[in-house]
Design a binder for this molecule. Structure first.
Ligand code: SF4
Ligand code: SF4
Length: 136
């Protein structure tokens, strides 16, 4: 009777190190180029064009008309990168961060535009308006 075909392979593999990475007990594997991690938003570069709102298939973006910026629910993101591709100012990019497991959808890491920053943008906008009014 012929030995089962898999026996040599099994014996060979018994002597080898595991092929899988034992993360989180070990370091994560290196991140490849063009990796799509959690979305990152630079509010100062945003011009409020709403292209991201239009293309996002997951409803991540909410337009804030009073400050002409967007708020993001990044926990909804499906990492398609369409928003990054259409953003005309480079305000959006895919980060390398993939350690996203959380029990809380409202975890700080999912909310790139914080309330304090919204207030700061609002205040700056008001100051600009006032300065324009005085200039007339
Ligand atoms: S990567 Fe895709 S799903 Fe995620 S925010 Fe951008 S457009 Fe929406
Ligand atoms: S596409 Fe870019 S510039 Fe336009 S609203 Fe979105 S983040 Fe802002």
């Amino acid at each position: 009777m012929r030995a089962p075909i898999l026996v040599p392979t099994v014996l060979r593999n018994l002597a080898k190190k595991p092929a899988t990475n034992l993360f989180p007990e070990t370091e994560p594997v290196p991140i490849p180029e063009d990796f799509r991690g959690i979305i990152s938003y630079n509010v100062d570069k945003c011009v409020g064009c709403r292209m991201c709102v239009t293309v996002c298939p997951a409803g991540v973006f909410v337009y804030l008309p009073d400050i002409r910026k967007v708020a993001l629910w990044t926990a909804r993101c499906v990492f398609c990168k369409q928003c990054v591709d259409v953003c005309p100012t480079g305000a959006l990019r895919m980060s390398n961060d993939f350690l996203l497991a959380s029990y809380d959808n409202y975890d700080d890491k999912f909310i790139p535009l914080k309330e304090e920053k919204i207030e700061e943008v609002r205040r700056k906008l008001e100051e600009k308006k006032k300065a324009k009014g005085q200039g007339v």
